[in-house]
Design a protein around this ligand. Structure first.
Ligand code: ADP
Ligand code: ADP
Length: 217
């Protein structure tokens, strides 16, 4: 499904975040991306989401080279991707339900279907009953669940999460990992990064270990 072919990424300013990285992720796989801060985890996830482009090499999704897709084609592809990134902020002037509805509104769902889907997604992440809550009243772990509900509400076939457990206590971090597992179990391809590899150990899924832009030996 996802294929990195000798991918390098040099950011403006000259920092080389990825150095000749190649790997494949199968459809339906759950996979972790591990590594210290600055190792290149976010860069890998952003390349998969088509948010940034490789300097060298190719990123293929379903045999499409992302760098030759038009904006329309990229937009279409993104409708099948769910993204949990740290810079996708919750809107604090809207309630939980409205936050989750937003992506469906953008895709153009009618309001009845959208609301049904949004309520299901909220239920799925364990926030059932909190639909009308102000996000500010949610704990850190609950806010992360809200971000996950928003990412999965359009039922993406690929779910990408960049350090979703970064600011959580260990027990809550493990709960979040369990939640991602439930999406994997229904067939979604799931990619989750974390700097704490101990969160990934009990799953038996592949771990891509990054070290300074390369795979660690
Ligand atoms: P990680 O997610 O593992 O912490 P990143 O992929 O975010 O690592 O970053 C890898 C390196 O690339 C870091 O040193 C970071 O400072 C640098 N970097 C990331 N994004 C940019 C950017 N937009 N411009 C310049 N440098 C960046
Ligand atoms: P993360 O904790 O997810 O790895 P970072 O703290 O590395 O994220 O980066 C946060 C944001 O700032 C990202 O969008 C990244 O692309 C950008 N960024 C990171 N390092 C740099 C940099 N040296 N110059 C410019 N932008 C950067």
């Amino acid at each position: 499904m996802i294929n990195f072919e000798s991918v390098s990424k040099v950011y403006p300013g000259g920092f080389q975040a990825l150095k000749n990285v190649s790997f494949t992720i199968e459809k339906g796989e759950m996979i972790f991306v591990a590594g210290h801060s600055g190792a290149g985890k976010s860069t890998i996830l952003k390349l998969i989401a088509g948010i940034t482009k490789p300097t060298k090499g190719r990123v293929m999704i379903n045999n499409n080279d992302l760098s030759v897709l038009s904006d329309n084609e990229l937009g279409y592809l993104r409708q099948h991707i769910g993204i949990v990134f740290q810079d996708h902020k919750i809107l604090f002037d809207r309630n939980v339900l409205q936050n989750v509805l937003l992506p469906l509104r953008i895709i153009g769902y009618d309001s009845k279907t959208a609301e049904k889907r949004a309520r299901l997604a909220i239920e799925k992440v364990g926030l059932g009953g909190r639909e009308n809550a102000d996000p500010i009243s949610l704990s850190g772990g609950e806010q992360q669940r809200l971000c996950i509900a928003r990412a999965v509400v359009h039922q993406p076939s690929l779910l990408i999460a960049d350090e979703p457990s970064a600011n959580l206590d260990r027990a809550y971090a493990l709960d979040i990992m369990e939640l991602f597992k439930t999406f994997h179990e229904v067939g979604t391809t799931v990619i989750v990064s974390a700097h704490d590899e101990t969160l990934m150990q009990d799953y038996g899924h592949r771990i891509l270990r990054l070290q300074e832009g390369r795979f660690a030996a």
